[in-house]
Design a protein around this ligand. Structure first.
Ligand code: SF4
Length: 86
């Protein structure tokens, strides 16, 4: 049975694009962001990353997933937690 990963546009691509060796460089994720913007399974990819990463700090998240950098995913997580707090 085909899963969402079978429809990912990054399959077979250069890993360095999504897992840059210098992630703090201002343009480290520029190409990955452009690729992810064209991907039909961005939501599924993000959800998988969110599930795997849980509440980790940005320093403990790696690579571009769902079109978001580690910092962006950590920020999303914090915002979601804040929204859940009564
Ligand atoms: S959203 Fe980006 S990282 Fe995720 S599967 Fe699509 S191209 Fe790959």
């Amino acid at each position: 049975m085909a899963g969402w990963r079978d429809r990912a546009v990054c399959v077979g691509g250069e890993p360095e694009i999504f897992f840059p060796s210098e992630p703090s460089h201002p343009n480290a994720y520029a190409v990955a962001r452009a690729v992810c913007a064209q991907c039909p399974v961005r939501a599924e990819c993000f959800n998988a990353a969110a599930s795997a990463e849980g509440g980790r700090a940005a320093d403990y998240r790696y690579g571009m997933w769902g079109g978001l950098t580690p910092e962006e995913r950590a920020s999303r997580h914090r915002a979601a937690r804040k929204a859940e707090t009564p």
